[in-house]
Design a protein around this ligand. Structure first.
Ligand SMILES: *Cc1c(COP(=O)(O)O)cnc(C)c1O
Length: 456
């Protein structure tokens, strides 16, 4: 088909929802480093991981070799409620920018949870149910993951206990109520319901919490309650695996029209949407079949890739989780309170960290005021109110399209629009009132948390 026939929205047929997830690790020569037991310094065994995570998910976490892992029929049926997700050709944005570039975005905000996180939530809840568990525990920051998991648990009849970073619990009451409506219990973190929460409160009275701290609490509750396991919405290999549906669908839609992206852009918090979006393209790159320019975009206030250190670190503040080798700012790093959006995790997926370290992808950081400028521009032109996280990718997609305007290059740009911003209106209000500011951590601040990295 010729390129000028490309519709505004490229919809796949229901039957084109992928039948298997693609595991990019299978094509990596340098595999991501294994999770280590913080006590022994040795790689975590399946048995050790099984105390915290569901068995099937442990198998997926440790599987560096199987390229395609079939998606169980029950999960595909759930996917059918909101997938395939549309791939949009941003004709209006192209016109407004006056760029010869062709811009495409994969929109993952078409479900009640409002983000891509549901793709992994349903998979993780499914395996917990299949194992005969009573329920799962987790943490949530801005609340998208907790909401997605609540929906998946409600669908499957599982109990869901969510520890929500206190500042979000207080500032984002609506997301909290969505979770409760789906039957989840939501506790602000740090709380005095766990040992680790009490310890953190004692050490840092008045703290507004962090993802790393909420993770510690959720893990403690999972391992101390029979019939419960802990689930995580980003960072882990298994989550990137589930999110590969984003990239597989995007690639199938582009392939249907003979389009090859030159640049692929995604925002990066823990790396799950980016890892999912790029996976089939990265697979071709790793196998030497095709080349793509891949850009991770992170906030200047939490710059794990661009200013972090590639080292083993804790995933949580309480230092009870396994160690992961990743680009990290140190597990005690807490982004400045004026940072409005998500993407506040101190580390990054170890799969993406290895790929970045090996030069297969680039990373850049952007300041939040310029992110909200891009969000406003996008909302007014393309009609969708984007999540602040997603808007990091919009920012860089617009910047790349404007570079094409200067050079006259007709590049194909693909970016991930991970979600909608209806629950982020306090941040939009700050921006609209001209009260949003940028905070970039100093080298000394980063060095202070890096100094506390565990010695491995
Ligand atoms: C959670 C979230 C992100 C960031 O998480 P990743 O694991 O890095 O993808 C990005 N966008 C939205 C809308 C989110 O909810």
């Amino acid at each position: 088909m010729s390129e000028n026939k490309i519709p505004y929205k490229i919809y796949l047929d229901e039957s084109e929802i992928p039948e298997a997830w693609y595991n990019v690790r299978a094509d990596m020569k340098n595999k991501p480093a294994p999770l280590l037991n913080p006590g022994t310094g040795k790689p975590m065994t399946a048995e050790e991981l099984g105390a915290v995570f569901c068995d099937e998910l442990v198998a997926q976490e440790l599987d560096n070799d199987t390229a395609y892992i079939p998606i169980p029929e029950e999960i595909r049926n759930f996917y059918k409620m909101y997938r395939p997700a549309p791939l949009v050709r941003a004709y209006c944005l192209e016109k407004a920018l006056g760029t010869p570039a062709k811009i495409y975005y994969k929109f993952e905000g078409n479900n009640t949870s409002g983000s891509h996180k549901l793709n992994s939530a349903i998979a993780q809840a499914y395996y917990a149910k299949k194992q005969g568990l009573k329920g799962v525990t987790t943490e949530t920051g801005a609340g998208q993951w907790g909401t997605a998991l609540s929906m998946a648990c409600a669908y499957l009849g599982l109990d869901c206990k969510v520890f929500m970073v206190k500042v979000s619990y207080e500032q984002k009451p609506f997301r909290r109520e969505v979770m409760r409506t789906y039957g989840a219990s939501v506790t602000p973190s740090p709380s005095n319901t766990t040992n680790v929460g009490r310890k953190i409160l004692e050490e840092f009275p008045g703290t507004t919490g962090s993802l790393g701290c909420a993770i510690s609490e959720a893990v403690e509750v999972a391992v101390s309650n029979p019939g419960y396991r802990y689930v995580l919405g980003s960072v882990l290999n298994q989550v990137l695996l589930h999110q590969s549906v984003i990239g597989l669908e995007a690639k199938a839609a582009l392939d249907n029209y003979g389009v090859k992206p030159d640049i692929i852009i995604g925002c990066a918090g823990g790396g799950s949407n980016l890892g999912g979006l790029i996976s089939p393209f990265m697979g071709e790159k790793l196998r030497g079949e095709n080349d793509y320019r891949i850009i991770a975009v992170e906030p200047a206030s939490c710059p794990s890739f661009t200013r972090g250190t590639f080292a083993y670190d804790f995933c949580d503040t309480g230092m009870i989780c396994p160690l992961a080798k990743m680009y990290t700012l140190g597990s005690s790093f807490i982004p400045s309170a004026n940072h409005a959006g998500g993407l506040r995790f101190h580390g990054m997926s170890s799969t993406l960290s290895q790929l970045y370290h090996d030069g297969y992808m680039e990373a850049t950081s952007v300041e939040q005021t310029s992110v909200f400028e891009a969000a406003e521009q996008f909302a007014r032109i393309e009609g969708i109110l984007p999540a602040p996280e997603s808007s990091h990718a919009i920012r860089v997609a617009i910047d790349e399209a404007l570079k094409c305007k200067e050079t006259g290059e007709e590049k194909n740009i693909l970016f991930g629009l991970t979600g909608t911003g209806y629950f982020d209106l306090v941040a939009y209000q700050k921006y609209n009132d001209g009260e949003m500011s940028d905070y970039i951590p100093t080298d000394d601040e980063i060095a202070a948390s890096i100094a506390k990295l565990p010695k491995v």
